[in-house]
Each structure stands twice: as C-alpha cells, then as structure tokens.
Design a protein around this ligand. Structure first.
Ligand SMILES: [Zn+2]
Length: 133
C-alpha cells in the first residue's frame, strides 16, 4: 500500500512515516516507479512505534526495542522498567501521604512527623544543595 493509505490506517501524517523510516529503520519496499510500498508487516511495526511514542519512548529507544538482536536493547528495556518502578513507588508514596493527610489530626501538617517525613523524602524534588563550607 502507498504511504497515504498506511498513514491513514495509523492516524498520522505521511511526513511522520518518513521520519519514523529514518529514525526507526522501518523501510518500506519501493514500487517500480519508486513510491513507498508498505506491507502489513510494515504497518504492524509502525503500530508498535505509534504505541511506544504514546507512552513517551524516543525513536532511538524504539528502534532498539523493535528487533531482539539490536545492541543496547537490554539496557533500554532495563532503564524503562526501572523508570516504571520508580514512578510506581512515587505514586504509592503520594497515595499514602494523601490518605494520611486526610486522617491526620495535627492542625498544621508541618507539625506532624509523618507528614514532614513525606515532604523530606519526596523523590521528585531536586536534592538539597550541599553547603559550600
Ligand atoms: Zn500527619
């Protein structure tokens, strides 16, 4: 199928497919006249690219993930799993904090040891600058 049909099935613009072709190595065949000719396998791979993009993966990461034999693939997957686990831990801590605050009996949360502990442990905050002395 031509690029317009493939792009239509994926819900993206044709220039996006040309960009993904370069960045992810999904290279369609060519018709005798030189037009891009996508197979169903190309479309399936491009659906994977679209899904990976929607959850924030970069095109280079996607290129590595697409094929089992790519160098660096395991590292990309390990880093993504670590990021997911870190996000899950942050969400669990945020949920626990809010459940605690809902029931907290202190008039100011800064006077509560549990509330303060959460604020100090917030992993999304930058580390405290170290003293120059
Ligand atoms: Zn509290």
């Amino acid at each position: 199928m031509r690029i317009g049909e493939a792009a239509g099935r994926l819900g993206v613009a044709t220039h996006v497919l040309r960009h993904w072709e370069d960045a992810c190595g999904i290279t369609p065949d060519r018709t005798p006249a030189g037009y891009r000719d996508y197979t169903e396998e190309h479309v399936r791979r491009l659906q994977v690219v679209r899904s990976c993009r929607s959850v924030g993966l970069g095109l280079e990461e996607i290129r590595l993930i697409l094929h089992r034999d790519e160098q660096g693939r395991d590292g990309v997957i390990a880093a993504r799993l670590e990021a997911i686990r870190r996000q899950r831990a942050e969400l669990d801590a945020a949920e626990a904090f809010r459940e605690h605050v809902r029931e907290c009996r202190h008039n100011f949360i800064t006077r509560c040891e549990s509330c303060s502990a959460y604020a100090l442990a917030d992993p999304s905050r930058p580390a405290e600058p170290t003293s120059p002395l």
